[in-house]
Design a protein around this ligand. Structure first.
Ligand code: 5GP
Ligand code: MG
Length: 172
């Protein structure tokens, strides 16, 4: 795999888009307080920038997926919030790095909805609509991308490249 040195989205393009997203989200919630639930690890850079572009009250939380491969629960994924927070009657905004097949987000959304929140919305930095297997759509999207494997700005390949300020295509 080879990193394309020319960013698909430069740090400046990302900064501008995140500020616009922040305005859109602030307007949408009309002063209501929300819980940001950030999907570890890929969404942390996006979350750090986006939360500072929001002009509203937010609290910050993280969600981690655990897969069990035991005999009783083979292939199932469970989620935990770090730390535990009550979600009942709260407005939740789920922040993920990229919406691809939709499997991860649809499972997380179903899990969050079990906790009887007032509302759950999905905000994803990147969206690959052409790859969807499960019909899930984001309420707020940074950029739409073609079917490329992308890294940087939090996104990794084998834990590498998360630190890059722009988003780059990893070529085969
Ligand atoms: P899903 O297929 O469940 O929608 O996406 C699952 C996860 O796969 C995403 O949250 C992201 O972590 C990872 N993923 C999907 N496409 C890409 C990509 O192009 N680059 C990177 N770094 N991760 C991706
Ligand atoms: Mg992810």
């Amino acid at each position: 795999m080879r990193l394309n040195e020319t960013p698909l989205f430069s740090a400046e393009q990302i900064r501008n888009r995140v500020i616009a997203l922040g305005r859109e989200i602030t307007q949408h919630y009309q002063g209501q307080e929300i819980i940001l639930v950030v999907v570890l690890k890929g969404a942390i850079v996006f979350a750090a920038d986006l939360m500072r572009a929001l002009d509203m009250d937010v609290t910050l939380n993280f969600i981690r997926a655990k897969s069990y491969v035991g005999t009783e629960s083979r292939g199932t994924v469970s989620f935990s919030l770090l730390p535990e927070t009550l979600l009942e009657d709260r407005h939740i905004l789920l922040l993920d790095d990229i919406l691809d097949t939709g499997r991860t987000c649809s499972e997380i959304l179903a899990w969050l909805n079990k906790h009887r929140p007032a509302s759950v919305r999905l905000c994803t930095l990147l969206n690959k609509p052409g790859r969807r297997v499960i019909p899930v759509e984001a309420d707020f999207t940074g950029f739409t991308v073609e079917d490329h494997y992308v890294v940087g700005y939090g996104l990794d390949f084998d834990e590498r490249y998360r630190h890059l300020p722009g988003i780059h295509v990893l070529e085969a």
